[in-house]
Design a protein around this ligand. Structure first.
Ligand code: SF4
Ligand code: SF4
Length: 181
């Protein structure tokens, strides 16, 4: 009998609990998120670059914060549609993915995918700090986890560019850039 040695490591699971009933649609979270991720930091703000978006229906007082999740190359085979209090929302309105079939959670200039990084380097996510309605609550817990390699931002960005333009065009562009050096 062989016993495989599995390295267990502790990892911190970061969660933002969303209390939809408390959100008033002020969009402060979108503003601070886009400002934090601007280059240089805080040099500008544009909610289109935010990694959180608020689905809004002001007449019905419905506001739903949605966080940007992973980039996905494969579009879903089906679509989902939500009805809330009799209102029908856009297809995939509450989906977290940055995906080829829609513009949400993409950098407006480059089209590169955006993903919430929990404000890496900050002691608490900034959208949570800026939400005075207390609709966003930050929680942490420790879990044992098997070691798993996460893809780097660069890999995810390249994957999405290859998806959009094709690998040959990316390689041609890199070759042209090398020639200029
Ligand atoms: S800052 Fe809070 S209350 Fe304002 S839109 Fe964002 S989640 Fe809602
Ligand atoms: S946790 Fe940070 S990166 Fe994620 S949505 Fe909030 S402000 Fe943006």
């Amino acid at each position: 009998m062989t016993v495989e040695k599995i390295d267990k490591k502790k990892k911190i699971i970061k969660t933002i609990r969303i209390d939809v009933d408390k959100c008033n649609g002020c969009r402060a979270c979108e503003v601070i998120c886009s400002a934090f991720h601007a280059a240089p930091k805080y040099s500008s703000n544009n909610p289109a670059r935010s990694r959180i978006r608020i689905i809004r229906d002001p007449l019905r007082d419905i506001y739903v914060p949605v966080y940007a999740g992973d980039y996905t190359v494969s579009e879903c085979a089906g679509r989902d549609k939500y009805m809330i209090d009799g209102k029908e929302y856009d297809e995939c309105a509450f989906c977290r993915a940055s995906c080829p079939s829609r513009d949400e959670f993409k950098e407006p200039d480059s089209g590169l995918p955006l993903k919430c990084d929990m404000c890496e380097g900050e002691d608490e996510p900034l959208c949570v700090k800026w939400c005075h309605a207390e609709a966003l609550i930050y929680e942490e817990r420790e879990e044992e986890a098997e070691e798993q390699e996460e893809p780097e931002d660069l890999e995810i960005g390249l994957e999405s560019l290859a998806d959009k333009y094709g690998m040959d065009k990316i390689m041609d562009a890199v070759a042209r850039m090398n020639e200029k050096d």
